[in-house]
Design a protein around this ligand. Structure first.
Ligand code: HEM
Length: 78
């Protein structure tokens, strides 16, 4: 089955401030990180959810394996 397409606008509303869901886009996929204690209120160190953080992963002290336990809820529409 094809993944749901998620717009940048829909993603931006899931930044942990306006809605209860917290979403992050990475390499074209949108992940639901709402259950994470490390993304409370949408903030993760100096980064905010609700956007594409693919490039920012280069500044992180970890790799993309951190996404493995989270569900992909859709693909980011460009
Ligand atoms: C200054 C930049 C960052 C710092 C200091 C940081 C730090 C951390 C730390 C300490 C953890 C705990 C687990 C681990 O180290 O493996 C973590 C988890 C995680 N990080 Fe980052 N991170 C940064 C940037 C990012 C970026 C840019 C993303 C997204 C592209 C990201 C996504 C995640 C995710 C999804 C987890 C897993 C959360 C969980 O398991 O609940 N991080 N981060």
């Amino acid at each position: 089955m094809q993944q749901k397409e998620i717009s940048k606008r829909q993603l931006s509303l899931r930044n942990g401030q306006e809605k209860p869901e917290i979403w992050v886009a990475f390499r074209g996929n949108v992940y639901d990180v709402s259950s994470s204690k490390l993304w409370k209120k949408g903030k993760h160190y100096e980064h905010w959810a609700g956007q594409d953080l693919t490039k920012e992963l280069n500044d992180a002290p970890h790799t993309e394996v951190v996404f493995e336990k989270f569900k992909i809820i859709g693909t980011l529409k460009d």
